[in-house]
Design a protein around this ligand. Structure first.
Ligand code: NG6
Ligand code: CA
Length: 499
């Protein structure tokens, strides 16, 4: 914030009054847009030609677009754990895709990004997807639900518990299910159905969207889900309204906290399944619902950015954009994502996708934008979402040590290209190692290809070694021809990961 200072000075015995502008050290707001399953090639600013994302492109064109920005993991829960705690998720055995009834994964005594901000006088909020567990084991959804986001550093939370395809399909505001009728309590079970309740298997006529694999338990709004749910009719969300719903909450958060500083973690649900664009976007991309919800997310971001501007905080807000893991087309519903994609390549030329140890699993769009502060550019610095904790601590005026997070504020602000030296990548509990331009994938058992989602997982019975600058598509395994490099990579990997 700029403070106008009236100063009176005495020069040559003559009294002068002059007006001076001085920079007051006021803390900038921070907003993270965190998308769900958005791929490296899903945005026009990352080279997509079949879809236009003008609002996100605007962030990239006015900010730093990272070409080597990573989520820690190729699935949601571990990546979300890492961005909030600054810790490698494989250090916590529970950091796997969680059911909607899982207990809170982050310890209430653990360091977190929102706690760091709070300690520096920030208001902290989360709006959108959570998927990090709630409660301590047995959740009664009809009472106040705790611990959750509010117990790990967020003063405000308005979330869905897990994913759009998992029950309970309700919004939770600061630990309380929104719109719940006490006469119609909610029950949730991931093991067995409630007697007499319809499922996708017993009542296929209820379905407006078909399941492909999994997703054949309770039916809510004509969409079959993972897990069984009973009751809570009045509280159930309307899938097509979810984008507008979270946007309204996020905008309100800015309005309520514009005097700042604030940190808002805005975790959008797109383009995760089930893809349920608002009718305003249905059919608009020509790529099916997956493309439509990407357009919807882009619109949401444009609207949110307008709010920052209208509320007068745009030039005092660092905006970060990324995705929790790479793309998948068919993730369990028959929605035409594969058939309608045309020439669109969500992977952006990388190999693999969601669930994969290959690049497309974890390398994701990663953009920083700060109007008037960041000079537009492209950076190939190696950076991970886990690094936000230490980096944003510096921005907020403190230090965060003793985590896996590396302080890279100047990289985030586009003032340096000195990123990480190395990074351990994770996909469904398997790990690989990136160092410099190289990536090494140890041998793993298991199928090379997941037939269900049609994604190469990175499993092989021998070491894989790729030079990413020369071979972005990871086609040329150099493990045999570069034994010295392989050895160096294995040693570096084991030093972090253990043997
Ligand atoms: C998988 C689901 C998938 C998706 C994923 C979590 C099946 C067969 N597949 O288990 O649809 O929900 O979990 O995605 O149930 S994530 O982005 O939250 O990690
Ligand atoms: Ca995800």
């Amino acid at each position: 914030m700029l403070g106008i200072l009236m100063m009176t000075s005495c020069q040559n015995g003559k009294k002068q009054t002059r007006q001076e502008t001085e920079e007051e050290p006021s803390k900038p707001n921070v907003v993270i847009f965190y998308l769900d399953d958005l791929g490296y090639g899903d945005l026009s600013c990352y080279g997509a030609t079949e879809i236009r994302t003008p609002n996100i492109d605007g962030l990239a064109e006015g900010g730093v677009r990272f070409t080597d920005g990573y989520a820690t993991s190729a699935t949601c829960t571990p990546s979300r754990y890492a961005i909030l705690t600054g810790m490698y998720p494989w250090r916590n055995k529970g950091a796997k895709i969680l059911p909607g009834t899982a207990p809170l994964l982050i310890s209430t005594t653990q360091k977190t990004l929102p706690k760091m901000f709070k300690s520096q006088g920030y208001a902290t909020g989360i709006v959108g997807k959570w998927h990090l567990g709630l409660g301590t084991g047995q959740i009664d959804w009809n009472r106040h639900i705790s611990p959750g986001p509010n117990e790990v550093g967020f003063d405000y939370s308005h979330i869905m518990a897990a994913t759009q395809d998992r029950v309970p399909t309700v919004y939770i505001d600061n630990g309380d299910v929104v719109g719940l009728d006490p006469e119609d309590p909610i029950e949730v079970n991931y093991k067995e159905n409630f007697e007499g309740e319809p499922t996708a298997l017993t009542h296929p006529e209820l379905l407006k969207m078909k399941w492909h694999h999994g997703h054949n338990n309770s039916v809510v709004n004509g969409i079959p889900r993972i897990g069984f749910m009973k009751g809570g009719e009045a509280a159930k969300w309307k899938d097509e309204d979810m984008a507008d719903h979270f946007l309204e909450k996020a905008q309100q958060y800015v309005k309520d906290h514009k005097d700042g500083p604030f940190f808002l973690h805005y975790t959008l649900q797109q383009p995760h399944v089930p893809r349920t664009p608002h009718p305003r976007f249905a059919g608009k991309s020509g790529l099916g619902p997956r493309g439509d919800v990407i357009l919807e997310a882009d619109w949401v971001i444009g609207e949110f950015m307008k709010t920052l501007e209208e509320e007068g905080v745009l030039e005092n807000t660092l905006v970060i954009f990324s995705s929790d893991n790479g793309p998948v087309l068919n993730d369990g519903y028959v929605d035409g994502a594969e058939e309608l994609k045309g020439n669109h390549d969500p992977k952006g030329g990388l190999r693999g996708g969601k669930y994969s140890l290959f690049e497309a699993g974890t390398r994701v769009p990663f953009i920083t934008y700060w109007k008037g502060r960041i000079q537009p550019r492209v950076s190939d610095a190696l950076i991970c979402q886990m690094d936000l904790l230490a980096s944003l601590a510096k921005l907020a005026g403190t230090e965060e040590k003793d985590t896996d997070s590396e302080e890279m504020l100047s990289v985030l602000l586009g003032e340096s290209d000195k990123g990480r030296e190395s990074l351990v990548l994770e996909a469904t509990s398997r790990t690989a190692f990136r160092k410099g331009d190289w990536v090494m994938i140890p041998p793993y058992e298991g199928p090379a290809l997941s037939k269900q989602v049609n994604i190469e997982l990175g499993n092989a019975d021998e070491f894989q070694l790729y030079h990413l600058t020369d071979d972005k598509e990871q086609q040329d395994n150099l493990a045999r021809s570069e034994p010295e490099k392989l050895k160096e990579m294995v040693t570096g990997f084991e030093a972090i990961r253990g043997k």
